[in-house]
Design a protein around this ligand. Structure first.
Ligand code: AMP
Ligand code: FE
Ligand code: FE
Ligand code: ZN
Length: 306
């Protein structure tokens, strides 16, 4: 313990989505590693945040509330992180619920497609493994492994459910800019996740900048030195906050990396919090102007009346 003091892992998953550990377990593990801060960024849900924040207070770790929204643009999968979202915001809750509904419909279609090619697993088993969390392909992969169709998660994605595999089913998505809008409306700070895995997404960053993008995930397990240099430069050119994290999904998931294996300085947390606050102030001022503006116009009309 100790060498991660002053460091923050700003990308982790819990069993509220497709991670294997409870929010408390993730936060306690972060404390054990000596991390100063950990962000909980589950896919399409904020259900793990309450418990994580509570555990953060007990363990003396700063817990950054977050969410990761998977989006699609031109055949590229683009993930948008949202930090400091208001987890009680009704509009956010409604959008996330719609996304999770799409996840359930997709899981059913994947299971049906698998059956068509002679690979039988039950949807009930998949939903049981998800246990009320935002269901995803990792839960299907686990069901495939438990039924003996594959040896591990990677094989499940390669042979059956990954992009280009026979039981791949696209999902209902938001676009990247829609996800940024949803995060902003919930008082959060939108950050482009692991751009190195998004492929060449053209004018993505300029368009996201128009939708309030404040940061870009530079430090990431799958970003090599060259990618890191590129995204660092993009961040500097556009005044974006450089974030980083492990994308840990907990033990038993070989995918991505372990907690704390990718981090950024603790100051990043302060920058994200300030950016989210600034966004909220700007939105409030704009709303007030819109309301006040209408009143003033009405007044002017009255004044002008002969
Ligand atoms: P979904 O959200 O249902 O589209 O599933 C995507 C999730 O599957 C990612 O967030 C990862 O957690 C996981 N995943 C994607 N590719 C792989 C892979 N090759 N092996 C294991 N897990 C994967
Ligand atoms: Fe995941
Ligand atoms: Fe992601
Ligand atoms: Zn992630």
């Amino acid at each position: 313990m100790g060498f991660l003091a002053g460091r923050a892992d700003l990308h982790t998953h819990t069993n509220a989505s497709d991670g294997s550990q409870t929010p408390s377990e993730v936060v306690r593990a972060a404390a054990d590693l000596g991390l100063s801060a950990v962000a909980i960024t589950d896919h399409d849900t904020v259900a793990g945040l309450e418990e994580a924040l509570e555990q953060g207070r007990k363990s003396g770790v700063v817990v950054v509330p977050g969410v990761e929204i998977n989006t699609e643009q031109g055949g590229h999968e683009i993930h948008i992180l949202g930090y400091y979202v208001d987890r009680h915001a009704p509009e956010l809750a409604a959008k996330l619920q719609w996304l999770r509904g799409g996840r359930e419909r997709r899981a059913a279609r994947i299971v049906a497609r698998l059956r068509e090619i002679g690979v039988t697993i039950s949807l009930d088993h998949v939903m049981e493994l998800a246990a009320g969390a935002a269901v995803g392909r990792p839960h299907v992969a686990r069901a495939l492994a438990e039924a003996g169709w594959v040896r591990n998660m990677a094989e499940a994605f390669d042979q059956f459910i990954g992009l280009g595999a026979p039981a791949y089913v696209p999902r209902e998505w938001l676009s990247p800019t829609e996800a940024a809008d949803v995060i902003l409306a919930a008082g959060g700070a939108p950050v482009l996740a692991h751009p190195g895995t998004a492929g060449d997404a053209g004018d993505l960053i300029p368009r996201l900048l128009e939708h309030g993008l404040v940061g870009i995930e530079v430090f990431y397990p799958e970003h090599g030195e060259e990618a890191e240099r590129l995204f660092r430069r993009i961040a500097e050119e556009n005044g974006l906050i450089m974030t980083g994290g492990s994308d840990s999904h907990g033990s038993g998931f070989a995918f991505r990396s372990g907690l704390g294996q990718r981090t950024c300085p603790f100051e990043t947390v302060t920058l994200l919090e300030a950016a989210a606050r600034k966004g909220r102030v700007t939105r409030a001022a704009r709303a007030a102007r819109a309301a006040g503006g209408a009143g003033a116009a009405g007044g002017a009309t009255r004044d002008d009346r002969p």
